[in-house]
Design a binder for this molecule. Structure first.
Ligand SMILES: CCCCCCCCCCCCCC(=O)SCCNC(=O)CCNC(=O)[C@H](O)C(C)(C)COP(=O)(O)OP(=O)(O)OC[C@H]1O[C@@H](n2cnc3c(N)ncnc32)[C@H](O)[C@@H]1OP(=O)(O)O
Length: 178
């Protein structure tokens, strides 16, 4: 499997895909503010720094928010390397170690395969360094969708704003053809 010919190359920092996204958006104060960059092959590296806004037990990250971080990291890999709209159909997580507030999860997510509309991806999150101890593993199944998925089910006004903002960006985007 190869990245899409127009996919950003290794080392490229990836922009937030939507400023209101809970995973990566700058406009969500308590969001995860995940930052990502393309790695070698079919890999995207992301970081998520856990704050007090992300707690479940005192001082520890909430498991649901950790799952969110992996949804974002895996989805970013699919969207940026294959450059096609897709949504999460299934997400599995293995929580192997507690993730304390103040720690940074280093997530390496890779595309494992494509079968028709189904896209398989998996990821590992390590504590505080790319070679730190594994805290979370995840696997996701993403399903390719037409852009009409978002116009039919989403907020059309917000979507128009989103499209206008993306068109104004210098880098090429996936084809949007509702
Ligand atoms: C350059 C651009 C950069 C952009 C960056 C973007 C970053 C984004 C980061 C954000 C990341 C956040 C992302 C988010 O959080 S996305 C938000 C969370 N996800 C959703 O809201 C999705 C809701 N679900 C649906 O809309 C539909 O169910 C979908 C569209 C998924 C499928 O309904 P549809 O009617 O269209 O298709 P189908 O039912 O015929 O299914 C098709 C195939 O898929 C298989 N299947 C489906 N589900 C499952 C399952 N659970 N386990 C196993 N298999 C499953 C199914 O068997 C079939 O296989 P096959 O029979 O053909 O073999």
């Amino acid at each position: 499997m190869e990245p899409h010919p127009d996919a950003p190359g290794p080392g490229s920092k990836l922009p937030q895909h939507y400023e209101q996204c809970f995973g990566c958006g700058d406009e969500v104060d308590a969001g995860l503010h995940i930052r990502s960059a393309v790695g070698d092959g079919m890999v995207v590296h992301s970081t998520f720094t856990v704050t007090e806004a992300h707690q479940g037990a005192p001082g520890l990250a909430h498991g649901g928010l950790l799952a969110c971080a992996f949804d974002e990291a895996l989805g970013s890999t699919v969207g940026n390397l294959l450059r096609r709209p897709a949504v999460t159909g299934k997400l599995e997580t293995d929580f192997r170690r507690p993730v304390p507030v103040g720690s940074t999860l280093h997530i390496a997510a890779k595309l494992d395969g494509v079968a028709g509309r189904k896209i398989y991806a998996s990821a590992e999150g390590r504590l505080d360094a790319d070679d730190g101890p594994v805290a979370v593993r995840a696997r996701g199944l993403f399903v390719s969708v037409d852009f009409t998925h978002f116009t039919t089910h989403g907020d059309v006004n917000a979507l128009e704003k989103f499209r206008a903002a993306r068109k104004a960006r210098p880098e090429k985007d996936w084809d949007i053809n509702p």
